[in-house]
Design a protein around this ligand. Sequence first.
Ligand SMILES: *Cc1c(COP(=O)(O)O)cnc(C)c1O
Length: 216
Amino acid sequence: MAAVRSRIAAACASAGRDPSSVTLIAVTKTYPVSDVRHLLSLGVTDFGENRDQEAAPKAAEVPEGTWHFIGQLQRNKARSVVTYASMVHSVDSPELAKALGERRQGTPLEVLIQVSLDDDPQRGGVPPGELTKVADAVLAMDSLRLRGLMAVAPLNDDPGVAFARLERYSRMFQLDHPDATVLSAGMSEDLVEAIACGATHVRIGSALLGKRPALR
Ligand SMILES: *Cc1c(COP(=O)(O)O)cnc(C)c1O
């Protein structure tokens, strides 16, 4: 925990940024809820999960956490996700935006559009040229708030180069959507590059909790 905080602080210092401008999201997927409670006791407030089946019970056990949904999301899971998520990072189609918006009740759901930094459909996200189409679908729903963009670095590309491209997309997007100031980028391996390129939310799993067992 201290090691991750100090990496974030160092990355902010070299980018000339205030550390309070970066929110640490602890990605607790595959880890038990006891780890969530431990992190909470250390002052972590924000948690990320990528599968509804796992996220829903954990969020129910730790309602004092702020829960972020960061994984690819099927429309039929929207009904469940809107009950516990504060922010969904992975909106990637007008249809998903509509499904979330129709089901959300109470405080608006904060939404990021996931942008693809390569052409690999497996990694999720919309091509930069389709951001407007998805943004319009989010804006059409009163129960959603368009907060910004999210991306995952491509596998075979320098994350610094990919995130520099992401930063340009974010700047351009904010010309049309001045409230969309969130940029969710950076994981354990590339948080420094992400912070250099303006990330406001970093999603950190293994550097906090250790290596996960092989992905299911
Ligand atoms: C698992 C995951 C993370 C965290 O990855 P680490 O390398 O463990 O820090 C971040 N973002 C997404 C979308 C993830 O699925």
